[in-house]
Design a protein around this ligand. Structure first.
Ligand SMILES: NC(=O)c1ccc[n+]([C@@H]2O[C@H](COP(=O)([O-])OP(=O)(O)OC[C@H]3O[C@@H](n4cnc5c(N)ncnc54)[C@H](OP(=O)(O)O)[C@@H]3O)[C@@H](O)[C@H]2O)c1
Length: 301
């Protein structure tokens, strides 16, 4: 019997690309997979395909738009009503946008989906992960993180928004910044979780043929993604490291590490800046209203 048999694995953004393949592979190993998706129709289509292909009917669908922090809080309440344990959380969902957009809650959309969402989802599920220990948190970053930077005074990219059109230029798009933040969040989280039995690791999936960038709102970036398709690996290959970190005994006690191609790797020097990791964490708690006793959000200017 596989070690993953019966484990409850929550995979965000699992109706498409790397997330869908991750959900499928874990379902194949006998896990109880919970698919967090934002669109019920796309979600159900993927869920039924996974059930059909794996023969595992323990694949659940839960709806949540990760650009909305209120929706995440609601989701975690519903999740806890349904499930009394959580063995693996995979923060996989991500998106790119060509133009700066602000959500109804006042957050720049790339920051909200790619960074604030995994931070808040993890925060809200941490008690469950701790009581389910040994348990694992797996965050999906990107090789582009090495081009990113963290400007604590402009987390919302009001002064300098670089969308997907900036993808191939020297200065990094906001997407890269959010992926660097995911990395630094993972390293800080791992430190804070020492002794709890909950591990936190981050991964780079490689260059994968998925829907990423297709719906960025920019025709030129959609075209660019089409052109680079021959250089990309398929989602099955792209999901290998996520599945490895979720299921392998080899990483049971590994935490605070970054992986690519199922191997531990070193990331860019700034990602290991302990002071910046701490400052980013504190700033994020303030933005999300997690450090304030009254739970009042402070949207940064
Ligand atoms: N593909 C690559 O080469 C590559 C490289 C490095 C890192 N990554 C990372 O890998 C992860 C998976 O991306 P992918 O390449 O598989 O792209 P994808 O096919 O576009 O999948 C992204 C998933 O995230 C979901 N998502 C986006 N916004 C959401 C929201 N507001 N609420 C809930 N779910 C949302 C999408 O749902 P919808 O279908 O409803 O939009 C989709 O299921 C992302 O974190 C991405 O940054 C990808």
């Amino acid at each position: 019997m596989s070690e993953t048999q019966g484990k409850i694995c929550l995979v965000t953004g699992s109706n498409s690309g790397i997330g869908k393949q991750t959900a499928l592979s874990l379902a194949k190993m006998g896990a109880h997979v919970v698919m967090l998706v934002r669109n019920p129709e796309r979600g159900e289509k993927a869920r039924s395909e996974i059930v059909k292909q794996t023969g595992n009917s323990s694949v659940d669908l839960m709806i949540c738009d990760l650009s909305c922090m209120e929706a995440i809080r609601h989701f975690t309440q519903e999740f806890k009503k349904k499930y009394s344990k959580l063995d693996v959380l995979i923060n996989n969902a991500g998106a790119m946008f060509s133009k700066r957009e602000v959500t109804s809650e006042g957050f720049e959309r790339t920051l909200a989906v790619n960074y604030l969402a995994p931070f808040l989802l993890t925060h809200e599920l941490l008690d469950l992960l701790k009581s389910s220990a040994p348990s694992r948190i797996i965050n999906v970053s990107s090789g582009l993180a090495k081009n990113g930077n963290v400007n604590l005074d402009d987390l919302q990219s009001e002064k300098n928004y670089r969308g997907t059109k900036a993808y191939s230029r020297v200065r990094a798009p906001v997407y890269a910044n959010t992926k660097l933040m995911v990395m630094m969040f993972t390293y800080e989280l791992a430190k804070r979780l020492i002794g709890t039995g909950v591990t936190a690791n981050v991964l780079l999936p490689g260059f994968v043929a998925t829907n990423l960038g297709k719906n960025s709102g920019s025709l030129s970036s959609a075209l660019m993604f089409k052109m680079v398709r021959p250089m990309q690996v398929n989602p099955k290959k792209g999901a290998e490291t996520s599945v490895y970190l979720a299921s392998s005994n080899e990483v049971t006690n590994m935490t605070g590490k970054c992986f690519a191609k199922k191997q531990e790797i070193t990331t860019c020097p700034i990602s290991y800046d302990k002071e910046l990791q701490k400052q980013l964490w504190n700033r994020t708690e303030i933005i999300l209203g997690l450090s304030d006793k009254n739970n009042k959000k402070q949207i940064p200017s």
